[in-house]
Design a protein around this ligand. Structure first.
Ligand code: ARG
Length: 573
C-alpha cells in the first residue's frame, strides 16, 4: 500500500510496455541522483538497437507519473530520475498513520517454516557462535512471524554424542549432588574439562566411557536417568541465557538430537531401500551427488558407524525427514556457522535424492561468520579459554548503565537498571545483526555502546527522544491529522518511512537482517536531521500536527523494526 517503489515500478512498466510492445522490468531503485531511478531504458535500447535517451523520453511520456512525481528527468545516456512530489508522500503517510502494521502486508502465501537455531551442546558452555545463531535465529523468527508465516522454532541441542559416555562416568565419580551443583552454577566448561582430562589420561575411564555410551544408546534406565540430569541442568542454564537475551526460545522448542533416536533405523533402512547406501570400511554411508574431497573422491555422509552407532549426520537426516514429512514444512532454515555449510548441503542433497525434499519445499543454510576478539582472532579470554556468554552479556549491561547514567542522570534507579538492560543487550544484538551475517565481526563493547553511528544506543536514543516530544506535546489526537510535506528534511524522512514495508518483505526472503538494521539507522538519521531543522512543538498548529504524525510514525517504525530484530525500545534514555 505505501509501497512507493512498487507503485512507481508499475507506472513505469506501463510506459515501457507501451513503447517496447512487451513487458519490461523497469528496475526502479532508490537513487542518489533523485529519489528513485530506473536504468532499464539502457538495456532495452541495446536490445532493440535504438537510442536509449530517445527511448527513455518516450517511456516517461507514456507513463502516468504526474500524480506521484514533481520531477521526471532523463540524464546521462538514458537514466530516468524520479523525484516524488511532497504531496504524494503526504498521502502515503496519511494511509500509513492509522495502520498498525505500517504497510507491511501478511504474506498472501503463508508457509510453514522451521527455524533451527541456537543449538548449543549440553554439558558444554554456550560459546559466541551459539550467541550469533541465537540472536540471528530469533530475529529471523520474528520477521517471518510478522509476515504471517507459521514458524516452528527448533533448538537442536547437542545431547546425544559420544562425549555423554565420559560425562556420565565423570558424574558417577564425583556424585550426583556435586555434579548438579557445578552444572547449575554454569560451570559447564569445568565439568566437561574434568571429564575430558580423565578420558585422555586414564585408559580404564576411557573404556568405562565407551561402554557407557553403548548402554545409554541402548536405553539402559540408569544411564538414561543420569543423562537426563546432565541435560536438565544444562537446559536450566540455557534458559537463563535466553532470558537475559530476551529471545523467544522456550522449553517447548527443545528438540535435541536424542529426540530423533527412534527414527534412525528407519531412516537408514529407507535410504538403503532406495539404493543410496554403500558400505565403506564397515560403515554405512551415503554419497550425495556433487561433493568430493581434494583428491576428487566422493565425500561420504556416515549414517551408521562401523561400531553400529549413529552420529551427527544420521540425526540430521532423521531431522530433515521429520521436518518435511511429519511437520509438513516448506521452508527449512538452519542458522548455523559457516564451517558447517558442506555438512548441511550434503544433508539437503541426500534429502533430495531420498525424495523428502521436493519443490516447493526448500532448505537454506542461514550461515554466519565468527565473533572475533580485538586481536582479530576467535574471541577468547586472556587465559585462552572460550569466553562465557553470560559474562559478556553482564559486562555489556554494566557498561550500558554508565552510558544511560551519562545521558539521563535523573532516571530513578529501577528504571535506570531496566533501561541499561535494554541498551546493553540491544547493543550486543544490534552489533551482530547490523553486520552482514556471512562476515566475521569484532566484539567491541566500546563501539557497540557508542552514542553515534549505527549502534543500538543511537537508535534507542532517537526513539526515546520522540517519546519525550510526545510527553511535552500532551494528548495525542485519536485520528491522525493530515500530513503536509514542505521542507526537504520532511521529505527525506517521509521517503524513509514509506520504504519500510518493501524492506521488511525483502528481508523475509533474503534473511539479510543487516538491511533492516541499516534501514533503521537511515531512518533515525533522517529523523535527527528533521528534528534539528524543523521545529515541532513550536510550529503553527497545522504544521505542528503534521510533524507530530511524522514523529509518531518514526517512533513506531523504530519500535516495530527494532522489535523484529529482538531489541526492545525503552521510552526514556
Ligand atoms: N550443536 C551444533 C553445534 O554446536 C549445532 C547444531 C546445528 N543444527 C543442526 N541441525 N545440525 O555445532
Amino acid at each position: 500500500m505505501a509501497d512507493l517503489e512498487a507503485l512507481l515500478g508499475r507506472r513505469l512498466a506501463a510506459g515501457f510496455e507501451a513503447v517496447a510492445g512487451e513487458p519490461v522490468d523497469p528496475l526502479v531503485r532508490r537513487s542518489q541522483r533523485a529519489d528513485f531511478q530506473s536504468d532499464a531504458a539502457l538495456g532495452l535500447a541495446r536490445r532493440l538497437g535504438r537510442n536509449p535517451r530517445e527511448l527513455a523520453e518516450q517511456v516517461v511520456q507514456r507513463a502516468e507519473l504526474a500524480d506521484l512525481c514533481s520531477r521526471v528527468e532523463i540524464s546521462g545516456p538514458g537514466f530516468i530520475n524520479l523525484t516524488v512530489a511532497g504531496n504524494a508522500l503526504a498521502r502515503l503517510l496519511d494511509r500509513l498513520a492509522p495502520d498498525p502494521r505500517l504497510g507491511v502486508a501478511r504474506s498472501p502465501a503463508p508457509q510453514t517454516v522451521v527455524v533451527d537455531y541456537s543449538a548449543p551442546n549440553a554439558a558444554k558452555e554456550m560459546h559466541v557462535g551459539h550467541l550469533r545463531s541465537t540472536i540471528i535465529g530469533d530475529a529471523v523468527v520474528r520477521v517471518l512471524e510478522w509476515l504471517g508465516h507459521t514458524v516452528l522454532r527448533r533448538n537442536h541441542v547437542g545431547e546425544w554424542g559420544t562425549p555423554f559416555g565420559m560425562l556420565i562416568e565423570h558424574l558417577l565419580d564425583i556424585g550426583e549432588a556435586e555434579a548438579a551443583h557445578e552444572l547449575s552454577v554454569g560451570d559447564l566448561t569445568g565439568f566437561y574439562q574434568a571429564a575430558r582430562v580423565k578420558f585422555d589420561s586414564d585408559p580404564d575411564f576411557k573404556e568405562r566411557a565407551r561402554r557407557r555410551v553403548v548402554l545409554l544408546q541402548s536405553g539402559d534406565p540408569i544411564s538414561r536417568r543420569l543423562w537426563s540430569m546432565l541435560v536438565g541442568e544444562s537446559k536450566k542454564y540455557f534458559a537463563d541465557v535466553y532470558a537475559r537475551l530476551d529471545v523467544r526460545l522456550t522449553d517447548a522448542d527443545y528438540a535435541g538430537e536424542s529426540s530423533y533416536q527412534d527414527q534412525l533405523d528407519a531412516v537408514l533402512a529407507e535410504l538403503d531401500a532406495l539404493g543410496l547406501v554403500r558400505i565403506s570400511d564397515g560403515a554405512s554411508c551415503v554419497y550425495p551427488a556433487g561433493f568430493s574431497n581434494r583428491e576428487g573422491e566422493p565425500l561420504p555422509l556416515i549414517v551408521r558407524k562401523r561400531d553400529g552407532g549413529y552420529g551427527y549426520a544420521a540425526t540430521d537426516l532423521a531431522t530433515i525427514r521429520h521436518r518435511l514429512t511429519d511437520l509438513g514444512a516448506t521452508r527449512l532454515l538452519y542458522v548455523v556457522g559457516l564451517p558447517q555449510r558442506t555438512h548441511l548441503e550434503m544433508i539437503y542433497e541426500t534429502a533430495r535424492e531420498a525424495g523428502w525434499l521436493v519443490p516447493p519445499a526448500r532448505a537454506e543454510h542461514v550461515g554466519h561468520g565468527s565473533v572475533l576478539g580485538s586481536d582479530g582472532k576467535l574471541l577468547r579470554t586472556r587465559a585462552g579459554t572460550s569466553v562465557k556468554l553470560v559474562d559478556l552479556l553482564a559486562e555489556a549491561v554494566v557498561r550500558a548503565r554508565a552510558v544511560v547514567a551519562g545521558k539521563n542522570p535523573d532516571l530513578d534507579p529501577a528504571e535506570q537498571a531496566a533501561v541499561a538492560n535494554a541498551v546493553g543487550i540491544g547493543a550486543v544484538k544490534y552489533a551482530d545483526l547490523s553486520t552482514d551475517r556471512l562476515k566475521d565481526y569484532v566484539f567491541d563493547l566500546d563501539r557497540m555502546l557508542a552514542l553515534d553511528g549505527s549502534t543500538a544506543p543511537y537508535l534507542l536514543y532517537a526513539h526515546a527522544r520522540i517519546q519525550a516530544i510526545f510527553r511535552r506535546a500532551g494528548a495525542k489526537p485519536t485520528t491522525p491529522p493530515p500530513v503536509t510535506i514542505a521542507e526537504s528534511a520532511e521529505r527525506a524522512l517521509a521517503l524513509e518511512l514509506v520504504g519500510f514495508a518493501e524492506l521488511v518483505r525483502g528481508v523475509g526472503d533474503t534473511l539479510e537482517l543487516h538491511r533492516l538494521a541499516g534501514y533503521l539507522y537511515g531512518l533515525a538519521s533522517a529523523f535527527m536531521t528533521f528534528y534539528e531543522q524543523c521545529p515541532v512543538l513550536t510550529a503553527p498548529a497545522e504544521i505542528r500536527a503534521s510533524r507530530l504524525v511524522l514523529c509518531e510514525l518514526t517512533a513506531r517504525t523504530l519500535r516495530v523494526g527494532l522489535g523484529l530484530l529482538g531489541i526492545s525500545t525503552p521510552d526514556r534514555m
